[in-house]
Write a protein that binds this ligand. Sequence first.
Ligand code: SF4
Ligand code: SF4
Ligand code: SF4
Length: 158
Amino acid sequence: MIDKRKRNLFRRVPSPFRSFIYPPYFEKKEDFLNCLECKTKECKNACPEKIIFIENEKPVIKFGINGCTFCDECAIACPNNVLKLENKKIKLNVEMIINTQKCLAWNKTVCFSCQDICGENAISYNGILNPIIDLDKCTGCGFCIGVCPVDAIATKIL
Ligand code: SF4
Ligand code: SF4
Ligand code: SF4
C-alpha cells in the first residue's frame, strides 16, 4: 500500500499557466515566461477595454463591465513578440456557462440582458425563458458577464 506522502508525488503539479484567461494572440502559454523580462507591460496600457491585468508578471484578462473586442491593440503594443498578430485566435481560452440556479430567465423571470449584448448571436432562448449559449458561436469575449444582473454567467478556463 502506497503511503500518503508517496501518493502526493504522483499528483499532477498544476501548471502556473493554467488558470488564466489570456489575450488572444499567444502561441503557447509557456511563451508568457518571456513577460518576466518585460518592464513596460505595454499590452496592459494599450487595451482600450482595460481588461488586461498583470499577475505574476503575465498579462491576464479579467472581465468587468467590458470584454475583449479582438481589437489587436495588445498584440501591436507587445515589444517582445509574446503577443503577435499572426497568432490571433477567434476565441479566448474560456468557455461561458450559465448558472441555471442563478439565472433569472431560468427561474421564470423575463431577462434578455446577455442576449442583447452578445455580438455573436450566441445566446438563444426557448421562447422567452431558459437561455443557452452556443459554444460554437461564442468567442468568450466576456461582454455578457458584466451585464448579467445576478452574476449568473460563469467561466471555465480552457
Ligand atoms: S484584443 Fe483589444 S480588447 Fe482584447 S485584450 Fe487585446 S487590447 Fe484588450
Ligand atoms: S507587453 Fe508583451 S512581453 Fe510585455 S507583459 Fe505584455 S505580453 Fe508580456
Ligand atoms: S462571451 Fe460568448 S455568449 Fe457572452 S457575449 Fe461574448 S460571444 Fe456572446
